[in-house]
Design a protein around this ligand. Structure first.
Ligand SMILES: [Zn+2]
Length: 202
């Protein structure tokens, strides 16, 4: 049995500083215009399991922050989504990584909620639940919404990945005059860029 890493700072008064927020579809797994509605439709992107392992071994606590409007569109139940997440987390743990928690927005754009990215609500939920220092957090996503969410929430770093929506996202961000801190080929390369930025942070 593998021992889960201890989450530093969780029981102390010191806010957690090594934090990675990852988008799900197009970062961890292949995105689909038809939404991911079942476990067989969930396909890991090459290198993503290894990337989470590297974050975990380097002392990061890792959260997934994901828009899942398929719920309010009636395409998948909350129970169905949580089943996919439990299988995904099990595969990541088998690969040596750990997802500490997942925060998802079930709403559609027209619901006008505060949690659908680019709104920062999901990050605020994680911050409240785990006492996080968001200013030192990094967000990785394949969509302009992820980068805008990182900026809106006050994350210290953001990385756009070219898997999933990455190319379209670059155009949208240029139109909005927002520059990601780094653009990576995929999550694995993003993590290789991220880790040296945190060498002096415990
Ligand atoms: Zn929402």
């Amino acid at each position: 049995m593998t021992q889960k890493p201890i989450i530093k700072g969780l029981t102390s008064s010191r806010p957690i500083k090594k934090i990675a927020f990852l988008d799900r579809d197009g970062v961890i797994n292949h995105d689909s215009p038809d939404y991911i509605k079942s476990w067989p439709e969930f396909q890991f992107l090459p290198g993503s399991i290894e990337a989470v392992k590297r974050l975990t071994l380097n002392g990061f606590i890792v959260f997934i922050i994901t828009n899942q409007s398929a719920i309010n569109r009636g395409m998948i139940s909350k129970k169905g989504l949580e089943y996919i997440h439990s299988r995904m987390m099990r595969e990541i743990e088998k690969g040596g990584g750990l997802i500490n928690d997942i925060f998802y927005c079930p709403h559609m754009p027209e619901d006008r909620c505060r949690c659908r990215k680019p709104e920062p609500g999901l990050i605020y939920m994680a911050q409240k639940a785990y006492k996080l220092d968001i200013s030192s957090a990094v967000m990785v996503g394949d969509s302009s919404k992820d980068i805008e969410c990182a900026v809106n929430a006050g994350c210290g770093l953001n990385v756009l990945v070219r898997t999933g929506n990455g190319n379209k996202a670059e155009e949208t961000l240029i139109e909005k005059n927002i520059r990601p801190d780094f653009i990576a080929k995929d999550l694995y390369h993003a993590v290789n860029w991220i880790i040296p930025h945190y060498t002096n942070i415990i």
